[in-house]
Design a protein around this ligand. Structure first.
Ligand SMILES: [Zn+2]
Ligand SMILES: [Zn+2]
Length: 147
């Protein structure tokens, strides 16, 4: 067996906390999500992964989500999109095309993130709520659909 990378070790630990093993099928899914440059749907994922049966891929995605390895994005389109959890990548936001459903990652500057957290934190605090994170999506038309 090849040496484990730090990334593999973190994923193995997350799965282990849920009594799940980092099987070949799960590795294949994680690899595709790691290489993809944006969140992908299950059909896209299967297309990129090659020869994974759809039923086991779907079940493994659900287990990976449960273990905190994968994040499922539901934006009201025909298909949910999947990406690696932020704990394995970095905090970011999404641009969502209203026409074709394409989802693109968007990273804000640390200064803007700080401003957002400060603002949300103080507004939430006014009602006794302790804010810990935020999700902000931007809807519109992607570059292909806008033209
Ligand atoms: Zn589009
Ligand atoms: Zn943010």
């Amino acid at each position: 067996m090849a040496a484990m990378t730090e990334f593999d070790r973190v994923v193995t630990d997350l799965l282990g906390q849920h009594d799940l093993r980092y099987t070949v099928g799960r590795r294949a899914l994680v690899k595709v999500l790691r290489v993809a440059d944006r969140p992908v749907t299950l059909p896209e994922l299967l297309g990129l992964a090659g020869d994974l049966p759809q039923s086991s891929a779907y079940r493994n995605l659900a287990l990976l989500e449960e273990a905190g390895v994968v994040r499922r994005l539901v934006h009201g389109g025909d298909h949910a999109h999947y990406e690696l959890a932020e704990s394995l990548t970095e905090h970011h936001h999404h641009l969502i095309c209203n026409h074709c459903g394409r989802v693109t990652d968007m990273t804000l500057s640390p200064a803007l993130e700080q401003t957002l957290d400060d603002s949300f934190g103080s507004i939430a605090e006014a009602s006794g709520f302790v804010a810990s994170s935020h999700v902000i999506d931007v809807y519109g038309l992607c570059s292909q659909c806008a033209n």
